[in-house]
Unconditional design. Sequence first.
Length: 69
Amino acid sequence: MRYVERSVNLPRAWALASLIVVASWHPAPAMAQTSAALSKERVTFKSDGLTLVGFLFKPDGAGPFPGLV
């Protein structure tokens, strides 16, 4: 059988490999974790006539805590 040469898009291959690695680091679902005490705060940001609304969840206790936007 003759080998058929195919070009590989290197940036796309790196992106796919990176996605697989990052996905393997994904933690277990929150339902499987023990319930921790959290405080919930509604936050708003005004920008160019729009008001963006979100919620800030923070564990109780002394920080600092890591953040994710």
